[in-house]
Structures are given as structure tokens and as C-alpha cells.
Design a protein around this ligand. Sequence first.
Ligand SMILES: [Zn+2]
Length: 102
Amino acid sequence: MANSPYRTCPKCKKDNINRDYCAYCGAVINPYLKRKLERKEREVIEEKLAKAKGNRITDLFEKARVHRNPFIRFPVQFLYSIWVIVLAIGSFLAFLVGYIAA
Ligand SMILES: [Zn+2]
């Protein structure tokens, strides 16, 4: 039975009554909880990857934008605002193309 409170631990093969974790080895034996935990784990990893990756040009601008020399800082800030607009237009076009294609 799927809703039986008895769950056999996949790790140590011992029966547990109405538990989410194995009383003998501590493994997660509730399939719903297990799936939920796995999903959460994946989300954390994906978030980390997205943060670590970044955009190389954006990273470069981010560094130069806070540069000590104003002769570097001001033109970079100007170029950066153009870059942000280009990115916005690019993503809008990508959205449009995706919308039309779908
Ligand atoms: Zn176990």
C-alpha cells in the first residue's frame, strides 16, 4: 500500500512505522520528503552556479565603475549605461523571437 505508515528503509532494509527518517540509520524514507529535499538541493546549486557564472563584460564594468581614477570611472559609467540598454533591448528581442516562435 502506498499510504501505509510502514516504510522499509532503502539503505538498511529495516521497517519503520510512520516516520520520515529511518530510526536505525537516519536515511530519508519518506519519498515525498526525499523528493522535496532533492529539489531544494538542486535549486541551491543552480543559484550558486548562476551567481558564479555572471557575464564577463558586466563583471569588467562593475569593477571599473568603482575605479579610483575619475577619468576611467566616468566614461565607464557612461558605457555601462549603454551596455545595460543594449542588454535590455537584446533580451526584449529574444523574448519577442521566443514569443513569435512559440
Ligand atoms: Zn535505515
